[in-house]
Design a protein around this ligand. Structure first.
Ligand SMILES: C[S@@+](CC[C@H](N)C(=O)[O-])C[C@H]1O[C@@H](n2cnc3c(N)ncnc32)[C@H](O)[C@@H]1O
Length: 302
């Protein structure tokens, strides 16, 4: 036998995506970091890892452990498409189609707000109030992905939680999430504007809401302003409009001693408290601060 053996060229990041020369996960991550660095800065590698993990159906930790593995062609195509979407500013959760909320992995798309950590605190406050009680009926106004209603149905002593939204597309997402979480029979989803979706005589121990509370024209981060649904963000000229409607209407639907629990923008917390006091029908309201120290949750009992 003679002649030099031809060495196989190792796969590299710059290789064209053919079956034999697919990049390793490590090379794909480097490419992802470069693509995302302008937008994500120091988070670029973490975001690329998250996107790659989503494509492969593994955890980010597993990506780190499998750095030498080669991507299949369809995996590379999917990853590059997700990188492009992220580089254009689309939130990771919409790209992934999932958002974490308490113990849930919720489906999300552009018809629903991406649920926030502050709202997890709102759920926590309601659950604290529920301790020792049973057989409760809850109402979640502006349910969106169903994050609040589903968490209450799963974690609290509720026989039924009505979730109302003005967006039919959002309700479709909420329905999928409730079914996936196994509480489709407890969460009762209704299309309509706030209390219009209720029957006269319906009463709830809890009325909870994370309503739209941004003033039209208020500055928002691009990623929120350009991607999340306007109907979930903007309340009207002052930001207080939907909160006022809820504060004014809730006593009619709250059982005696029932709780109104609202997430608010820190800038409208005072106005919300004032509205509760002047509306009457409530005891003295309380405020809970979020993890950043902002006044974020308003509670008032009927
Ligand atoms: C800030 S998002 C909250 C979504 C979800 N509850 C959460 O916390 O992630 C507000 C939601 O209220 C809905 N909404 C806005 N105006 C409404 C109205 N008048 N009646 C019912 N829902 C409304 C929007 O479609 C959106 O889903």
């Amino acid at each position: 036998m003679s002649g030099a053996r031809r060495e196989r060229r190792p796969a590299s990041d710059s290789d064209s995506p053919t079956i034999n020369r697919m990049p390793t996960l490590d090379a794909a991550l480097q490419r992802g970091r470069r693509t995302l660095s302008a937008r994500a800065g120091a988070d670029a590698r973490r975001e690329a890892t998250f996107l790659l993990a989503g494509v492969l159906g593994i955890t980010p930790g597993q990506v780190a452990l499998q750095r030498g593995r080669q991507l299949a062609e369809h995996e590379l195509d999917e990853y590059l498409e997700r990188l492009t979407r992220r580089a254009r500013g689309e939130p990771l959760q919409y790209i992934e189609g999932r958002a974490a909320f308490r113990e849930l992995s919720l489906r999300v798309d552009r018809s629903v707000l991406i649920p926030r950590p502050e709202t997890e605190q709102l759920v926590e406050a309601v659950l604290r109030w529920c301790r020792g009680k049973e057989g409760l009926l809850g109402l979640d106004l502006g349910t969106g992905s169903g994050a609040i209603a589903i968490s209450l149905a799963l974690e609290g002593p509720f026989t039924r939680v009505v979730g109302v939204d003005i967006s039919a597309e959002a309700l479709n997402v909420a329905r999928c999430n409730a079914d996936e979480a196994g509480v489709g029979g407890v969460v009762d989803l209704r299309l309509g504007s706030l209390f219009d979706a209720l029957r006269s005589g319906e009463r709830f121990q809890i009325v909870v809401s994370n309503p739209p509370y941004i003033a039209v024209g208020e500055a928002l981060p691009e990623e929120v302003r350009d991607w999340e649904p306007a109907v979930a963000l903007y309340a009207g000229p002052t930001g207080l409009e939907v909160i006022q409607e809820i504060v004014d209407g809730a006593p009619r639907y709250l059982a005696p001693g029932g709780l109104l629990a609202l997430e608010v923008a820190p800038g409208v917390a005072d106005a919300a408290l004032q509205r509760i006091r002047t509306r009457g029908g409530y005891g003295e309201p309380r405020v809970i601060r979020d993890l950043a120290g902002h006044r974020r949750i308003v509670l008032a009992e009927r």
